[in-house]
Each structure stands twice: as C-alpha cells, then as structure tokens.
Design a protein around this ligand. Structure first.
Ligand code: SAM
Ligand code: F3S
Length: 435
C-alpha cells in the first residue's frame, strides 16, 4: 500500500455524474498517487482540489456552480491552493476563465493528463512508477473503452462537451483491465456513451464483441459488463457474444428515452418504438434471463399527455428491471434548447413520479420471483453491517455474515425482496469461472 510521508502533498477530489466521471476520477487518483500525493478528507486541508463535473441536467450544473463559489473564498485565503475543474462543465474555456478567474485549470472532459501536469508543478518528488504501490482496486471497476459520441440526440449536451467518438485500441483496454485485476478487481464494466459503436473510428474497426472476447481471456476476471448501448447500433454479433461468453453478464443498459415515435424523431434517436421492441424481443429470445435497464426522459419539448402515455404503456409492456427516469432539462447549445420548453415543471414531475411508481411495482414483481432461489453474488463491500454485492443481472443483494466475503463469489438464498434490493442468507462460496 502506498505510504504517505510526513508532509505529503494532498488532494481533494469531488466527483458527480456518470460512471465515466467515476472512471476518470479513479485514473486521476492513481496518477496523483504515483506523483506522491495523498488524499485529504476535506478541500480545506488539500493542496490541490479537483472538481470532476456533470452538466447533463440543470440540477447537476447548479451543484457544480455552488461548489465553485464555495471554493472562491478558500482560494482567497489560500492563494497557493491549486484548483482544477474537469468533466462536462468545461465547455468554452475562455468564458469560464473570465467567469471563474480563481480556477487554475479547466481541463477538457476525461483529460486526466492535464490535471496531472498541473499537479506535478506542486511536487518536487519524481514520479515513482516503480516503487509506488497503487491502492487496491474496487472489486467492480469501470474501464472507459471510448469517449465522445457521434449521435446527435437533440437534448444532449454530453456529445457537445465530449466531442466525436474516440475509441481506445483493444490492447490498451486489455492492459488496463489486467492491471485492475492484479489489484483486486473481479468485475469490469466497459464504458462509453455508445459502446455499440465502439471501434468504428479505429483503422481496423474492431467491435465491442472483439473487446469482450479479448477481455474474456484475462485470468482472475470473473465478470464483464458494458454500458451504454444505443438501440440503433446494437448488432446481432453482440447479442450472440453476450449469449456465448460465460463471463459476460446478461445485463443490458438500453436507453429508450420515449415510447412515442414522433417524440423519438424529435429527440434524434434514429429508431422507432417497433424497432426497439423488436430488439428487446431478439435479446430475450437469445438470452432468456437477460436483465434490461433503460433511460427515459419525460416532459420533452411538445410531449403531449397521449405521447407520455405511450411511454408509460411501453414500460409496462416491456417490464424493465430498472428505469432511470429524468425530467427534461433544456441544455444550452443543443437543438432542443431553441424549442419551447412547454411542459410545465409540475407536469414533468407528475410524469416522472408516474414512471417511478410504475417501475416500483414492476421491479418489485420481478424481484419477488427470486424469493427462495439461490443466486450468485459478487460481494463488493460492507454497508451498514451487511455484505453488499450484485447478481449477474445487476440486482443488489445484502446478507449478514461474520466471514470476510469481500471480492468473493457467494451463493445466497433470497429471503426478502423489494423493488430496489434483496436480502438473503449466504449458503457457500460459488465456484469461480474457469480461466
Ligand atoms: N449515451 C447514453 C444514451 O444513449 O442515452 C447516455 C447519455 S446521457 C449522459 C445519460 C442520460 O441522461 C440519458 O440517457 C438521458 O436519459 C439523460 N439526459 C440526457 N440529456 C438530458 C436532458 N437534457 N434532460 C433530461 N435528461 C437528460
Ligand atoms: Fe448523448 Fe445521444 Fe450520444 S444521449 S451521448 S448524443 S447517444
């Protein structure tokens, strides 16, 4: 384990937003460790403060702005403090520099190296790749396989901030996963805004299925997930690969966004409800136990009550394991921001709540089927006195036991189920997948 010296440089890292930001923050923390930095519990005690930000909705952007203003007085009292901002808040840097002159660096989303270059100014220690032991990896770790996105969803600011899709070469991804496994990871989730389009920007055009095959060979890795998929880009080859490779979990994150063709068209989603339904049918035919999660936006510009009902009905029909629902939030610079945001906030909230209520019932019914069954759980950590882990289908399971289960595969008999989690009794350790 990396030991902090008597007076090491310290950093405080604040992260909000998607899994991509979490993955970037982990890479940054590793890089800072190599530079000799140690984490500080609070911004006030750090030499370097990094905000890794999200602006996908106004609510997230407001949190970033709040955080930035509270750091202004800290910087006034301690001008030697270094302050860096990365993530999707970073758009027009010149304008941001004028607005927040006390910030030392605005780094583009995922530009971890720019923050590390800033951090290296503060430390006199040479980077120590050979003797620094990086901290252990979480049992379940995120690995970006691509950044950016080539779609043009009209509500989305992410593609504006993260630019066109850039895929990482397969061998680079494999090397990162191997490193994480050697530090204790047993599961990886391969990340991209649209993992189904992975590789289309690389010279030899590898596919997500190729990445899954390559990562599958890594010894000591037990489970592989990937997200987010795009319904217009998911291939038969991918579905077959998930069905065939035992380490790849039968779990798909497939945002539908709306159950109405006209709304989908205005969102720029490039599929119809019928095509989406057909895709779900094909996935379920090939992988009967597949868990399906989706994203929905309610109250998009011009969404009528009848159009919202189409979404509600589709969710009821397809019965997802998980639905991430958000009220539409206009984002500057997107095409939809120029259209009237004509669904009142109270109505958006009513629709959001209606989807939540529906999903609570559906997920409760789906999970109740596990009562009395024994499921395989990869244990990630302890939470409020219980072990916490997930099934292959990404269901959260808790159990109490005195033994140390962290990073192990447990067979757990489910004794209680709710819509968002399940409780059980551990029976024994499961057999680990063959290398
Ligand atoms: N690439 C993924 C996709 O195809 O949906 C995820 C992109 S986005 C970062 C994650 C989720 O945020 C989206 O699926 C969408 O439901 C939600 N989202 C994006 N823009 C939004 C907006 N302007 N208002 C409300 N929700 C939004
Ligand atoms: Fe955004 Fe659509 Fe891409 S939601 S990240 S433009 S698939």
């Amino acid at each position: 384990m990396h030991q902090c010296g008597p007076s090491p440089r310290t950093y405080y890292l604040w992260t909000i937003g998607c899994q991509m930001n979490e993955a970037d923050s982990r890479r940054l923390a590793d890089g800072l460790t190599i530079l000799g930095y140690c984490p500080a519990p609070r911004a006030e005690q750090a030499d370097l403060v990094v905000l890794n930000t999200c602006v996908v909705r106004q609510g997230a952007e407001d949190k970033v702005i709040g955080r930035l203003s509270s750091l202004k007085s800290l910087k006034r009292h301690r001008p030697d403090l270094l302050l860096a901002v990365m993530g999707c808040f970073v758009g027009d840097v010149t304008r941001l520099q004028q607005q927040y002159p006390y910030v030392d660096l605005f780094a583009a989303p995922s530009d971890v190296d720019a923050v590390l270059a800033l951090a290296s100014h503060l430390t006199t220690q040479p980077p120590n790749h050979l003797t620094t032991q990086l901290p252990s990896s979480p049992v379940s770790a995120y690995v970006p396989i691509s950044t950016g996105c080539d779609h043009r969803c009209t509500y989305c600011i992410v593609r504006l901030r993260r630019g066109p899709q850039r895929s990482r070469p397969v061998d680079q991804i494999v090397a990162e996963v191997q490193g994480l496994v050697s530090r204790g990871a047993r599961e990886v989730t391969l990340l991209g805004q649209n993992v189904d389009a992975y590789g289309s920007d690389l010279p030899d055009r590898p596919t997500l299925a190729d990445v899954l095959h390559a990562v599958h060979q890594i010894e000591g890795l037990w489970r592989i997930r990937f997200l987010t998929s795009h319904p217009a880009d998911m291939s038969e080859q991918l579905i077959e690969t998930v069905a065939r490779l035992p380490k790849v979990c039968e779990h798909f994150e497939l945002p539908v966004q709306s159950g109405d063709d006209e709304v989908l068209q205005r969102m720029g989603r490039r599929y119809t409800v019928a095509q989406y339904r057909d895709l779900v049918t094909r996935i379920r035919a090939a992988i009967p136990d597949a868990a399906l999660a989706t994203d929905v936006i309610v109250g998009f510009c011009g969404e009528s009550e009848a159009q919202f009902q189409h979404t509600h009905r589709l969710l009821e029909e397809l019965r997802f394991d998980m639905v991430h629902v958000a009220a539409y939030s206009p984002r500057p610079g997107t095409p939809a921001a120029r259209w009237p945001d004509d669904v009142p906030a109270t109505e958006k909230e009513r629709r959001r709540q209606a989807v939540d209520d529906l999903q609570e019932r559906v997920a409760g019914e789906i999970n109740a089927r596990f009562l009395g069954q024994t499921v395989e759980v990869l244990v990630e950590d302890r939470h409020k006195g219980k072990w916490r882990g997930r099934t292959r289908t990404n269901k959260l399971v808790f159990f109490a036991d005195d033994a140390d289960w962290r990073g192990k595969l447990a067979l757990v008999e489910i004794t209680w189920s709710g819509p968002w989690s399940m409780l059980g009794q551990v029976r024994r350790e499961a057999k680990v997948p063959d290398p």
